[in-house]
Structures are given as C-alpha cells and as structure tokens.
Write a protein that binds this ligand. Structure first.
Ligand SMILES: C[C@@]1(CC(=O)O)c2cc3[nH]c(cc4nc(cc5[nH]c(cc(n2)[C@H]1CCC(=O)O)[C@@](C)(CC(=O)O)[C@@H]5CCC(=O)O)C(CC(=O)O)=C4CCC(=O)O)c(CCC(=O)O)c3CC(=O)O
Ligand SMILES: NC(=O)C1=CN([C@@H]2O[C@H](COP(=O)(O)OP(=O)(O)OC[C@H]3O[C@@H](n4cnc5c(N)ncnc54)[C@H](O)[C@@H]3O)[C@@H](O)[C@H]2O)C=CC1
Length: 195
C-alpha cells in the first residue's frame, strides 16, 4: 500500500490535536507554521505546549476526549497514549469525513505526515510509507544540505518569467527552453561546478 502525496492548504483551517505530550507538541508546530488555527485537547499538557498560546494561534482545552469533539474540524491529529481512545476518535473522524492522523497507527489514519525541509518556496518532503520515520528524517537532512541558498532566487526568477509568459503566445517547448536556460545558469546543488 502506497500513499498519494499532496500539498494541503491549511491556512486558517481549524485543526485539532488530541494529546498533550512530546509527540503532540511536535505535530502542533508544523500545523502552526503552515498557518492553521490549532486547538489542543488533552487531560495533561507539557510545559512546552502550555507556553504556545502566548505567541501562537493555539487554544488549549484541558480535559479528556469526549464524543463529537472532532465536529467542525478540518483535520485531526491523535497523539494520546491510549489505543482504545485513538481507535474511537479515528472511527468518528472517518465516519464524518474528517482527515485524521493517528500518530502510532497508520491503519487508523487517513493520512501520515512526511519529513519536511523548506527553503523558501522549495519544499522537500520524504516518506517511507511509515516503515522508518527515522530514515525519512535522515534523508530529508541529507537533501536539505544539498541545496544552495540561491535556489530561492531561482524560484523567484522562474515564477516571474512564468507569469509573464502566461500572456504570450510562446509554445510549451519554447517556455521550457527559457526556464531551462535560467535553471542551468544557477548552481542549485552544492558542489555543482556548472556555471
Ligand atoms: C507513520 C507515521 C505516522 C505519523 O506520525 O504521521 C509515524 C509513526 C511512528 N513514528 C515513530 C517513531 C519515530 N518518529 C520519528 C520522527 C518522525 N516521524 C514522522 C512521521 C511518521 N511517524 C509517519 C510516517 C513517516 C514516513 O512515512 O516515513 C516525522 C517524519 C514527521 C512528524 O512526526 O511530524 C518525524 C520526523 C520529523 C523530522 O523530519 O524532523 C522518530 C525520530 C525522531 O523522533 O527523531 C521516531 C523514532 C525512530 C523510529 O522509530 O524511526 C513510531 C514508533 C513509536 C514507538 O516506537 O513507540 C511510530 C508509530 C508506528 O510506526 O507505528
Ligand atoms: N508518530 C510519531 O512520530 C511517534 C509516535 N509515538 C507514539 O505517540 C504516542 C504519544 O507519545 P508521547 O507524546 O510521547 O506520549 P505521552 O504519554 O507523553 O502523551 C500522551 C498524552 O495523551 C493525553 N491523553 C491520554 N488519554 C487521553 C484522552 N482520553 N483524551 C485526551 N488526552 C489524552 C495525555 O494526557 C498525554 O498528554 C505514543 O503512543 C507513542 O507510541 C511516539 C514517537 C513518535
């Protein structure tokens, strides 16, 4: 079984993280980074999570999970240490067509989270289909170190040109030739001696 990778727009979307331990914290951070409004619900929160509402769009609810808590959320991450509760929440989300990630059971999840490296508008995301999250993280670290910082300038230049070419009658082949000329002008990979 392989997962279909997509880029999800979660800007201002209501996302719920259930659980308040170190894994919940790790799952909350990228949701915030990508613009979601996060509610964390847990009977207990670590100090790191308790600090978050000071500077971020996070709302904390300190109690254990109750039926229908997932209603009206776009996406739910389940990070408790209670497998029975995890299964119950997963079933509820699936029934209600809410995207759900259960951090310790991919069978209960409708999506899993890859390891992500972001450099401006370049996103590199690595998954092992849940087989080895640590390897996903290591590969992401290796790939992250391969890129020169000017990859961000390259993307900006390509994007500007692309906007301009949209209103011209250039053919797809002509456009790709122009894009490739720019790509070849840059040294996006470290140690790449082209130029
Ligand atoms: C299926 C998945 C579900 C999901 O969470 O979406 C899942 C599941 C599990 N992870 C476990 C363990 C670890 N997870 C990490 C780290 C990360 N785990 C992440 C994703 C995923 N983890 C999804 C699959 C991703 C893929 O397809 O490869 C990353 C990429 C993203 C993120 O968490 O945001 C993030 C790296 C962030 C970064 O790049 O920095 C580390 C390393 C570390 O902490 O440093 C360890 C210890 C080493 C090891 O086990 O490899 C356990 C066992 C728990 C136990 O033993 O009790 C389970 C449960 C199970 O496997 O059943
Ligand atoms: N996906 C991943 O990357 C990883 C997943 N895991 C798994 O993630 C799970 C959580 O790990 P930790 O954060 O270290 O655990 P933890 O024990 O520190 O935190 C569990 C949290 O769940 C809360 N909780 C328990 N029952 C609840 C309920 N009924 N309603 C609301 N909140 C409830 C607790 O109050 C606590 O805050 C574990 O099952 C672990 O196996 C662990 C490592 C990595």
């Amino acid at each position: 079984m392989a997962y279909y990778p997509i880029m999800l727009n979660i800007l201002d979307k209501k996302c719920l993280v259930i659980g308040g331990g170190k894994v919940a914290y790790r799952k909350i951070l990228p949701l915030l980074e990508f613009g979601a409004t996060v509610t964390a619900l847990s009977s207990y929160f670590t100090d790191e999570i308790l600090e978050l509402p000071k500077n971020h769009k996070v709302n904390l609810i300190r109690r254990s999970y109750q039926k229908n808590d997932v209603d009206n959320y776009f996406l739910v991450v389940v990070a408790t240490n209670d497998r029975i509760i995890n299964k119950e929440i997963s079933n509820e989300c699936k029934k209600k067509n809410i995207l759900v990630n259960v951090v310790d059971d991919k069978e209960l999840s409708t999506f899993i989270v890859p390891s992500v490296m972001k450099k401006g508008d370049l996103t590199i995301s690595v998954s092992t289909n849940g087989k080895s999250p640590l390897l996903a993280k290591r590969i992401k670290e290796m790939l992250g170190n391969m890129f020169e910082d000017d990859v961000e300038n390259l993307i900006a230049e390509l994007s500007n040109l692309r906007d301009k070419l949209k209103t011209t009658s250039a053919t797809q082949e002509e456009k790709i030739k122009l894009y490739d000329d720019i790509i070849n002008k840059y040294n996006i990979l470290r140690g790449n001696d082209k130029k």
